[in-house]
Ligand binder design. Structure first.
Ligand code: COA
Ligand code: AMP
Length: 629
């Protein structure tokens, strides 16, 4: 079958399409129907089924003869380690940790926060939770204690599983002080923690509260897989919204299994037993779906890579990993390739490696710029597929369905909608835009299996954020257009979310932090262009009159406050002190105009601007930062 036939078969009979895909999953009680629309416009999938995620990702492969196959290859250039975990090992490790959690009182529906670097134990921890029906929430290691505290308060976990440290190329990141700080700051307190001690920096454990990863598993009876209902949350993953409060995206168990399984062959074009590598982090949705769950559900081998595209030790690392582990399909963010290209513009290092195992490169997480795509194609000599999705969807919404049929690549477009996604371009009044014209990218409800049914403990926010502006549609927050061949082009965000090195961040959250500085009267944060990271946050602050502190001191405070509060991953280093901010006559800050000035792009003078002269002041203030020329 060709892509168009498959997409049409879904359009003609969505229920039948997903029931057919559901056959690939081992159910305890199979679903009798796919969609539950009893609470429309809130939808759920496979609600009457009983199933276990860990069983489908691990145990069934052991039972079906894949026990000796590698489930995980851990490759850590930072520690100079390669370790293999077979499906058999993974089952035993997962069952033991799940047993320890169960014995300490964690059960179905309890939340467990996981704060771990890129080590196989992070995957074991995630699977141990789903094995017993506990709901995990992984927090990215580059976030500061405050962000962890916010998530502890929202998820109210019974337990936290952490490592003693993470490893960045230039430093060891001690996790335990961050963890202790977050617990001290949070109003909710977990019952206990489990800590994986790493040789690079072990930590002190508090008796009776912090339990050693290995000691806590000693002598426990391994836990069996506990069936849960299809709509039971497998996990909650927090992502940036427009305010400082992150959104807890809920991932439903059954839809997640069915949809992710479908993507591995049809989209990423890998067969069971083949090696799939997503160079991301378990703290992001790409890590959840394509380092942990999807490759394991489909019986692939997944690579857990603890390193960076450059500097660990050099820009040839990706090629070495592809060669050594015979990677078939490779997924990363465009920024990683921009980093490699900057270090090794001619791609000279690739000549030292044999990457003939590789079929294709998949890029997502941010806009894939044409230069990067063309460079990657030239250097790697494999097809490069851009694809578009978000934390909320959990799997690709638009891409090139190479496992079904490789469609012609149009550089600048992630290609076409996957089955399940009816994508429309809407004007502000909700009417459809003509072909080729820019508007809000929206998806006709219901969203397909595996996508978010709601936000954790925040149904009203879910409805308000995604379902209200365009009734009957899910609002993606992206703007774009669809061309005459049905190809989507994603152009920009419609909200205050920015994308820094493939990491989704909220400028609103940064403004909330800067506004807390006692000498800051007013502020704005925008996303400006950066050749490496795609975007960087840039702050503008107006200081209070008569402050004793110098502008330079206030700028340094602002940088430190964002780093301490959100974390180093915010990469917040650019701050300009200005006398006033450009506003409309009604007092709205003209952030988009400021972005255009910073990026040196053409813009139309906003008709409602209060005082156009401010724009020259803004331009001048940007020059010392290397922008606005
Ligand atoms: N734990 C602790 N700190 C972390 C971290 C983690 N897991 N990840 C990043 N950081 C820190 C970095 O050390 C850096 O700190 P610094 O300001 O002290 O130098 C800061 O956060 C910014 O990190 P990063 O965005 O990684 O920038 P970089 O300059 O160190 O590296 C790239 C640039 C392009 C190499 C890097 O961003 C990269 O590999 N990107 C790939 C993106 C990706 O996989 N995205 C996932 C979505 S698919
Ligand atoms: P996240 O939820 O962190 O995965 O971020 C999702 C957002 O990243 C999307 O809403 C887009 O704004 C952006 N994004 C992801 N993939 C792409 C892509 N292929 N092209 C353009 N933007 C993308």
């Amino acid at each position: 079958m060709r892509y168009a036939d498959i997409y049409k078969s879904w359009q003609d009979d969505p229920e039948g399409f997903w029931m057919e895909q559901a056959k690939a999953i081992d159910w305890v009680v199979p679903p009798t129907h796919a969609l539950n629309d009893s609470r429309a416009p809130l939808y759920e999938w496979f609600t009457d089924a009983q199933v276990n995620t860990c069983y489908n990702a691990v145990d069934r492969h052991v039972e079906n003869g894949r026990g000796a196959q590698n489930a995980i290859i851990y490759d850590s250039p930072i520690t100079d380690t390669v370790r293999y975990v077979t499906y058999h090992d993974l089952r035993d490790q997962t069952a033991a940790l799940a047993g320890a959690l169960r014995d300490k009182g964690v059960g179905v529906g309890d939340r467990v926060i996981i704060y771990m670097p890129m080590v196989p134990e992070a995957i074991v921890a995630m699977l141990a939770c789903t094995r017993i029906g506990a709901i995990h929430s992984v927090v990215f290691g580059g976030f500061a204690a405050n962000e962890l505290a916010v998530r502890i308060n929202d998820a109210t976990p019974k337990a936290i599983i952490a490592a003693s440290c993470g490893l960045e190329p230039n430093r060891v990141v001690a996790y335990k002080p961050l963890l202790d700080g977050a617990i001290a700051q949070a109003s909710h307190k977990p019952d206990f923690t489990i800590v994986l001690q790493r040789d690079q920096q072990p930590c002190d454990l508090t008796d009776g509260f912090d339990f050693d990863w290995h000691a806590v598993q000693d002598g426990v009876t391994p836990a069996d897989c506990v069936p849960v209902s299809g709509d039971h949350p497998a996990y909650v993953l927090y992502t940036s919204g427009t305010t400082g409060a992150p959104k807890g995206v809920v991932r439903p168990t059954a839809g997640h299994l069915v949809a992710l399984h479908w993507t591995m062959k049809n989209f990423y074009n890998v067969n069971p037993g083949e090696v799939f590598w997503a160079a991301s982090d378990v703290g992001w949705v790409v890590g959840h779906s394509y380092i942990c769950y999807a490759p394991l559900i489909a019986g692939n081998t997944t690579v857990v890579f603890e390193g960076k595209p450059v500097g660990t030790p050099d820009a040839g690392t990706f090629w070495r990993v592809i060669q050594d582990h015979k990677v078939r399909s490779f997924f990363t963010a465009p920024t990683a390739f921009r980093a490699i290209k900057r270090e090794d513009p001619k791609g000279a290092l690739i000549k030292d490696y044999d990457i003939s195992s590789l079929r294709a490169l998949y890029l997502a997480g941010e806009r894939a710029d044409p230069d990067t795509i063309i460079w990657a194609q030239d250097v790697m000599q494999v097809p490069v597929y851009d694809h578009w999705w978000q934390t909320e969807s959990g799997w690709p919404m638009v891409g090139n369905p190479a496992g079904i049929e490789a469609l012609p690549v149009k550089i600048g477009s992630p290609t076409v909608p996957m089955p399940g996604y009816d994508i429309r371009i809407l004007a502000d009044d909700g009417t459809e835009m003509p072909t080729g014209e820019l508007g809000s990218i929206a998806i006709k409800l219901p969203l397909p299996p595996g996508t978010l049914p709601t936000l954790w403990q925040a149904e009203d926010r879910f409805v308000k954020s995604y379902l209200t502006n365009f009734p009957g549609f899910y609002e993606t927050g992206d703007a774009g257009l669809i061309d005459e061949d049905g190809y989507l082009y994603v152009m920009a965000r419609t909200d205050d979310v920015i994308n820094v090195a493939g990491h989704r961040l909220s400028t609103g959250a940064m403004e909330e932090i800067l506004a807390n500085h006692p000498d800051v009267a007013e502020c704005a944060v925008i996303g400006v262009h950066d050749d490496l990271k795609g975007q960087l946050p840039m702050g503008f602050v107006c200081t209070n009159k008569g402050t004793a502190r110098s502008d330079a001191e206030i700028v340094a405070d602002c940088v430190r406050m964002v780093r301490d509060s959100i974390g180093p991953v915010a990469a917040f280093k650019l701050v300009a002190v200005v006398n006033r901010l450009p506003k409309t006559r009604s007092g709205k800050i003209l952030r988009r105009t400021m972005v255009s000035i910073a990026d040196g792009a053409d813009f139309k003078m906003p008709a409602t601007i209060d005082d156009p002269a401010i724009l020259d002041e803004i331009r001048e203030s940007l020059k010392p930062l290397g922008y606005g020329r």
